[in-house]
Design a protein around this ligand. Structure first.
Ligand code: SAH
Ligand code: SF4
Length: 360
């Protein structure tokens, strides 16, 4: 029997890389394409199910490769049944969160890019855990395939992907982008780039690189504070990439990609939800093609803040409107099942609080 760790996880490779590897193994272009469509169009769960392969090629595949499927470690459903939260187990025993949300016939999956996170945002359950490791491209893709299969059983399809689960996607840039390339490939899952949203804590070099490489994603930037001191109190990464650098990178992105940026603002009662905070944010975004998503805090065990009350949320939005900045309130759905980022894992595993310094 082959050693599983030595086998290539086919989900790790975007199509050009997989083509090259299969070419080295003696697959003609026609057979390479059959492998790709088997993996992503047919969604096979075993290599032996890839249709139309010659027996000798089938044997090569079995000997050298594997499908790195992710096992369900724990799962829960929200009381309205629309949010399905999964804790998936990786080959080394790490667990990550993936959340499937079905709403008005449009299914969205919230995907993790790291096991834990090094950025240490004080209110975030994942930040409170620290970073265990980056995910491989195949582990990011594996989450999408997992929910695609669940949806297929119900005759539904996936539309939106949000890279907003555990971890900071731009701290794991290469693997995250390899996964995006696999997800949008027109001969595979063919997910629409405009329905893939990447959320970052504000990793400036990563934002510039996304713009330069014209990566096919929508960008969301988590702000939570509109002055350096206020932001850094919530988001330690703000010390490394101050607001002037971050906003320059955002303007560069908007100019180069001709796309608006979404800014996320977790509203914490009394800490960043007053009219003054809203004025600072309005001034910061003035004149930019920006949209703000305000998200009342989902309380976590390791942080003593609470969500803003509805009146404060409305007032905050009113001030933004007066600055010409559009905004939407986003509820973190599935609060009753710990569906905030990193919360299910924190509840299931009850890890002691640990934060790591922002990694380089
Ligand atoms: N690391 C990326 C993406 C993952 S977090 C980022 O920070 O943007 C996705 C979003 O959830 C971020 O805007 C983050 O600030 C927000 N978030 C994290 N914990 C939260 C909580 N407890 N309540 C409300 N929003 C939270
Ligand atoms: Fe990491 Fe995002 Fe959580 Fe901050 S909010 S700790 S960047 S996952």
């Amino acid at each position: 029997m082959s050693d599983a760790t030595a086998l290539l996880n086919l989900y790790d490779l975007p199509r050009p890389a997989l083509d090259a590897r299969l070419g080295d193994w003696g697959f003609s272009p026609q057979y390479r394409e059959r492998v790709w469509t088997g993996l992503y169009r047919d969604g096979v769960t075993a290599l032996g199910d890839v249709a139309g392969l010659r027996p000798d090629l089938q044997a090569v595949l079995q000997e050298r490769a594997q499908l790195g499927a992710l096992a369900t470690h724990h799962e829960s459903f929200s009381s309205d049944g629309l949010t399905h939260k999964l804790l998936l187990r990786l080959h080394d025993g790490q667990t990550i969160e993936t959340v499937l949300m079905r709403f008005k016939g449009r299914a969205t999956v919230c995907v993790s890019t790291q096991a834990g996170c090094a950025m240490g945002c004080v209110f975030c359950a994942t930040g409170q855990m620290g970073l265990s490791r980056h995910l491989t491209p195949g582990e990011v893709v594996g989450q999408v395939l997992h929910v695609t299969r669940l949806l297929r059983e119900r005759g539904e399809a996936l539309r939106n992907i949000v890279l907003m689960g555990m971890g900071e996607p731009l701290h794991n840039y290469e693997h995250t982008m390899a996964a995006v390339d696999i997800l949008v490939d027109p001969k595979g899952l063919a997910l629409a780039p405009r329905f893939i949203t990447l959320s970052t804590v504000g990793v400036v070099p990563g934002i510039i690189r996304l713009a330069d490489e014209a990566r096919p994603v929508q960008l969301a930037v988590s702000l939570h504070g509109a002055t350096d001191a206020e932001r850094a109190a919530l988001v330690p990464a703000g010390r490394r990439w101050p607001l002037n650098e971050l906003m320059d990178a955002c303007r560069y992105y908007v100019a180069k990609r001709r796309r608006r940026i979404f800014f996320e603002w977790t509203l914490i009662s009394g800490r960043n939800d007053t009219a003054e905070h809203a004025h600072h944010l309005g001034a910061l975004l003035h004149g930019m093609d920006a949209h703000v998503n305000v998200i009342p805090l989902n309380p976590t065990v390791g942080y003593d803040g609470g969500p803003s009350v509805p009146d404060a949320v409305r007032a905050f939005q009113g001030v933004l409107t007066s600055h010409g900045v559009p905004s939407t309130v986003r509820q973190r759905r599935g609060i009753d099942i710990d569906a905030g980022c990193g919360q299910l894992k924190a509840t299931v595993e009850r890890k002691p609080r640990r934060t790591l310094p922002v990694a380089s």
